[in-house]
Ligand binder design. Structure first.
Ligand SMILES: [Zn+2]
Length: 276
């Protein structure tokens, strides 16, 4: 096996292991429980989960999705989140190379945020404000390293200039804040959660202002398509105030930006005749 192959396997395993922990975060944080103690246990019968029953992906399959003690079904979400995390970490390695760990942190926060938002229409501060702090810190660190250590640190799409990072934060936050304020005035009720506003601010801080805009546009398109198809399938009733969590769509938008952003911008500018 080549080193590259080993690093690919390592990236996937890293994503699966961290997502296994994120499953705990997703379950416990909204319930106000500690994420370190007590150790993992079956929520139904309380039986402790032994280390060999806690191996990402493999254990869920080996146990056929049931608690070893009481046979209560374990949600397929567990294996889904672990597989998703593994795939996204691997994709980040293929895209960002040695800089992938910087992207992994944000991907992990987005996975936790998306599922918590999906469950309880709430985006925790450690995801949104944490993302903002991470974005500014990361851009400053890479900028300083590129200037004072080696230019290779500027050689990644993650190396956003500190000014662009701050501009992205202000633009992402400001744009959503205005949309939220106008929507709230028009509909006479909260049109969007503050968490969504902060999340786009975080995307701007990490990837710059253009990323914040593309993330919002992609999220709106994907959200509309999913919403309309759910209405078509009569899964949700068409109402003016049907609430859907927007956070997961914003995260999908951000992932699209991370892996295909510049291509989308190029294609759009070409469409407008602004670029050959
Ligand atoms: Zn059990």
């Amino acid at each position: 096996m080549s080193l590259y192959t080993i690093l690919c396997v390592f990236s996937f395993l890293m994503g699966a292991v961290i997502s296994s922990f994120l499953n705990v975060v997703i379950w416990r944080v909204p319930r106000g429980e500690s994420i370190v103690s007590p150790p993992s246990h079956c929520p139904k019968c309380g039986a402790g989960i032994k280390w060999y029953q806690n191996i990402p992906i493999v254990s869920w399959l080996a146990l056929r999705g049931r608690c070893a003690a009481c046979k209560t079904p374990i949600s397929p979400r567990y294996i889904f989140v672990e597989t998703l995390g593994g795939c996204l970490f691997l994709a980040a390695f293929l895209h960002y190379g040695v800089f992938a760990p910087l992207a992994w942190l944000w991907i992990a926060l987005m996975i936790a945020g998306s599922f918590i938002d999906f469950d309880c229409q709430l985006l925790p501060d450690f995801v949104t404000i944490g993302g903002m702090v991470w974005g500014v810190a990361c851009s400053c660190a890479l900028w300083a390293l590129a200037n004072y250590a080696s230019p290779v640190f500027a050689d990644t799409p993650l190396a956003v200039h500190p000014v662009a990072s701050l501009a992205g934060l202000v633009f992402g936050f400001g744009l959503l804040w205005v949309i939220r304020a106008v929507g709230t005035k028009v509909f006479k009720r909260e049109a969007m959660g503050m968490g969504d506003v902060l999340l786009v601010g975080a995307v701007g801080a990490i990837f710059g202002p253009v990323a914040a805009l593309v993330t919002l546009v992609v999220a709106s398109i994907v959200g509309s398509i999913v919403g309309l198809s759910q209405i078509a399938a009569a899964k949700i009733k068409l109402g003016r105030f049907t609430e859907i969590p927007f956070g997961p769509y914003l995260c999908i938008g951000c992932l699209v930006w991370m892996f295909r952003g510049p291509q989308i911008v190029g294609w759009y500018l070409h469409l407008l005749g602004l670029r050959a």
